[in-house]
Design a binder for this molecule. Structure first.
Ligand SMILES: [Fe+2]
Ligand SMILES: [Fe+2]
Length: 381
């Protein structure tokens, strides 16, 4: 049973986009795995969470076929820091988790791990890991808070409409039905809840505003349906925007459903490895979490985890903050080159922009030189 401690607190540590891979023997892989493991272990020992949430893209499936034995070994590697400390962990599936081995089989294998709370509440609806976990009062007498884990699937059936899938109507109906049943059991009062889901909802773009021309150097380009514009965070939104949120391009109605039921106070997403903003849309916090790994694209030494501290006395209010590898955890990476190791946050993105500009300028100079040589050659003839 998950429950608040004697001080009325319940702490969650969110780690996302670990992208564990089959390669565990190359020197490069060993360094990246070391950095990822140190990040998880240090964060667990500092935050001392009551629950860890792995927010999807836990595994990168190569060539769509990972042998079962390797998959088991890979998820064990990811889970080991929690198992060693006796900390329970829940899982939301990410798009890359859907790339290979059937997710229903994955869920069964995850369940074999000590402390893993993954579930699939209704096998008849879309996705393979839609479920909820209740957090009880410190005396265990009644549920005070609820945690939703929603499987945001993989790619949309028609890629010309949306690259990423939506949360389907049957999943939303399951959420509403379950939330209303909980409300009835709770004397007609909704149980405040957080949602943990890999792919962000389209409403995350409402935390952003279009960048003015002079803001372009630190703005990011939108993705998919939003790719015509550049964005910065709206005033009042905390954290960092390192890339355009990769949401589905169509509104599936999930956010409206949260508003209608009235239980969701916040929703946290992974998927975009550089983002860790957190802000409110119509009274509901929407936030992202940077990758907790070095086995994927990262933001220098800024990989990290998110802490969420729930409060039994005021369950609608909670506190959250990021712990980054270098900044808050004080760690030194071994897998990054000297530049990526030193720079932080936005600088890594700007460095890529600067490199591309230099390469572009170099190409123009080279082309100009080539043309002038050609003209000279023709004239001489
Ligand atoms: Fe990812
Ligand atoms: Fe993803």
């Amino acid at each position: 049973m998950l429950k608040f401690n004697e001080n009325g607190k319940f702490t969650i540590m969110v780690a996302t986009d670990i992208h564990e891979k089959a390669d565990v023997t190359s020197a490069k892989a060993k360094k990246k795995m070391r950095d990822g493991r140190v990040l998880m272990e240090t964060a667990l020992d500092k935050i001392k969470p009551d629950l860890v949430v792995l927010l999807g893209d836990i595994f990168t499936n190569r060539e769509n076929e990972e042998p079962f034995a390797d998959f088991r070994a890979a998820i064990k590697r990811v889970a080991q820091p929690m198992i060693d400390r006796g900390i329970p962990f829940a899982i939301s599936l990410g798009n890359h988790d859907h790339d290979g081995l059937q997710t229903a089989k994955q869920v069964e294998m995850y369940k074999e791990l000590e402390g893993c709370l993954i579930d699939n509440a209704d096998p008849n609806i879309t996705g393979n890991a839609n479920y909820n976990l209740l957090v009880y009062s410190h005396d265990g007498a009644k549920p005070v808070f609820n945690l939703w884990f929603i499987d945001s699937n993989n790619h949309y059936e028609d890629l010309s409409v949306s690259k990423y899938d939506i949360v389907h109507r049957d999943q939303i109906e399951w959420y509403e039905k379950t939330a209303l049943a909980l409300k009835e059991q709770n004397g007609g009062k909704v149980i405040p809840a957080l949602v943990f889901q890999h792919i962000p909802v389209i409403e995350c773009y409402r935390l952003l505003r279009k960048a003015k021309l002079w803001e372009r150097p630190w703005a990011v380009r939108g993705e998919g349906a939003f790719s015509k514009n550049y964005y910065v965070l709206k005033e009042g939104v905390e954290g960092y925007l390192g890339q355009g949120p990769c949401t589905p391009d169509i509104d599936c109605g999930q956010f409206k459903s949260w508003k209608k039921i009235g239980d969701v106070v916040g929703a946290y997403f992974g998927h975009d490895h550089l983002n860790d903003y957190n802000g409110q849309v119509e009274g509901i916090y929407l936030g992202q979490c940077k990758t907790a790994s070095f086995r994927v694209y990262t933001d220098g030494a800024r990989s990290g985890v998110r802490e969420i501290v729930l409060n039994e006395a005021e369950p609608e209010k909670y506190e959250t903050k990021m712990y980054h590898f270098k900044e808050e955890l004080g760690l030194e990476p071994t897998s990054l080159g000297p530049i990526m190791r030193t720079i932080t946050d936005r600088q890594s993105v700007n460095l890529t922009v600067a490199r591309n500009v230099l390469l572009g300028a170099g190409a123009v100079v080279a082309a100009g030189y080539g043309v002038s040589k050609l003209v000279k050659h023709i004239k001489n003839k």
